[in-house]
Design a protein around this ligand. Structure first.
Ligand code: HEC
Ligand code: HEC
Ligand code: HEC
Ligand code: HEC
Length: 166
């Protein structure tokens, strides 16, 4: 057998399990990548600015996502509350997910579709700088959660993978 994890790592995972603690509280480097990000919550684009000023600047200057809440506001009159909630699913950050958008009053920083709709919730990455705690390789499927086919008949992923981002 050649795939034994290191003894410390095993120890930490067992300890986490026994104490029912998320692994990152004990030692973030011991977390499986997916788990690391799945414990994270959403912060909004401002939280990314200090360490990624270029992506931030380009995003807030050019991306329509950075104004996606306004698109809801434009059409809100005449929509039922239920219909507006459906808009939130694609036009805000993390609606319906842990630590995501709730309402304009409670979570104003998450009102637009921000960095984290593509890169995933960023709180652990922001605390630790860990690459395993942020989504780096994006797939077409992740875009299609919102860019659904009947909305965007001609959505072409390849040429657009960097479109609408930074
Ligand atoms: C405290 C500083 C800090 C903050 C705040 C921060 N990051 Fe990072 N980020 C890093 C570091 C450090 C790296 C790793 C750079 C490297 O090793 O290439 C990184 C890498 C990344 C990468 C991967 C880059 C690559 O090379 O593939 C992405 C994507 C990313 N960050 C997104 C975000 C997002 C989105 C936010 C806001 C939610 C954010 N970061 C906030 C420090 C930060
Ligand atoms: C959480 C939902 C969501 C996800 C996930 C998402 N988008 Fe978007 N995207 C939107 C919304 C909403 C708009 C329109 C904003 C508006 O005009 O109000 C948009 C706009 C765009 C645009 C229009 C041009 C521009 O300047 O913004 C492009 C291109 C785009 N997205 C590409 C992508 C790609 C590529 C991915 C995957 C890597 C992706 N999007 C993932 C919601 C999403
Ligand atoms: C399934 C995800 C999804 C839902 C739900 C959704 N949108 Fe969008 N919306 C998008 C995407 C993606 C775009 C980007 C352009 C496109 O692909 O048509 C967009 C574009 C728009 C635009 C056009 C912005 C422009 O600059 O032309 C408006 C306005 C808009 N949405 C309003 C709404 C409203 C209001 C609701 C709720 C009734 C809603 N959307 C629900 C994903 C969604
Ligand atoms: C529409 C989806 C989308 C949004 C929104 C988005 N990104 Fe990205 N980001 C990408 C893609 C796609 C890549 C390239 C990944 C790859 O190389 O495969 C990327 C790469 C990065 C990288 C790695 C270095 C680089 O520029 O290639 C960093 C850092 C990053 N994003 C930070 C951010 C920050 C900060 C925000 C918000 C201000 C943001 N991203 C918003 C899709 C997005």
């Amino acid at each position: 057998m050649h795939f034994f994890p290191s003894r410390t790592r095993t120890g930490i995972l067992i300890l986490s399990a026994l104490l029912a603690l998320p692994c990152f509280l004990l030692d973030p480097t011991s977390c499986p990548a997916g788990q690391k990000q799945s414990m994270a919550t959403y912060l909004g684009v401002q939280a990314c600015q200090p360490c990624h000023p270029q992506e931030y600047q380009r995003f807030i200057t050019y991306a329509k996502k950075n104004r996606s809440f306004e698109s809801i506001e434009r059409l809100r009159k005449g929509l039922t509350a239920e219909e507006v909630n459906r808009c939130y699913g694609c036009h805000t950050t993390g609606y319906g997910k842990p630590g995501g958008f709730v309402s304009i009053e409670e979570t104003p920083l998450l009102k637009n579709a921000g960095c984290e709709v593509c890169h995933g919730p960023g709180s652990i990455h922001v605390q630790t700088g860990s690459l395993a705690a942020i989504r780096r390789r994006l797939s077409k499927e992740e875009c299609e959660e919102c860019h659904i086919s009947d909305r965007v008949q001609t959505f072409r992923f390849k040429p657009l993978i960097h479109g609408g981002a930074h």
